[in-house]
Design a protein. Structure first.
Length: 130
């Protein structure tokens, strides 16, 4: 078990615990790879050229995910959220990076995922934003 350093809240960087210094992990960090289903092999958090690489931080001694890409691991977050919002056997799909515009049509940000519940004919029944 990793004991967090109060002066360094980082739990995972480029996909691995900060205290992991194995040759494989050092190489992954050097290449800035993202192991969590990013759209590219490299981390893109904050910046594509010089990414931040922080997947999770410690909060009250427990690692907490801070990167939306990290949520993609095994798609657990999507499945859990869909079950929470729509129930056990719902049909749904997950739409990534839905753009939000302000009232003047300018970009106001993105919704990481919109879950859409649908019936067996594809008609939308409900939705939830993550």
């Amino acid at each position: 078990m990793i004991i967090p350093n109060p002066r360094n809240p980082l739990a995972e960087v480029f996909g691995f615990p900060v205290d992991n210094q194995t040759p494989e992990v050092v190489q992954q960090r050097k290449n800035r790879f993202c192991p969590y289903h990013n759209l590219t092999p490299n981390c893109t958090k904050v910046d594509k050229v010089d990414p931040l690489g922080v997947c999770s931080i410690y909060h009250k001694g427990t690692p907490v995910i801070t990167c939306p890409v990290r949520f993609r691991q095994n798609w657990t977050m999507i499945a859990d959220a869909a079950q929470f919002f729509f129930g056990e056997n719902a049909l749904y799909m997950a739409l990534p990076e839905i753009r939000l515009n302000d009232n003047k049509g300018r970009k106001a940000g993105n919704i990481d995922y919109v879950l859409v519940e649908h019936d067996d004919r594809g008609r939308i029944l409900n939705f939830a934003s993550l």
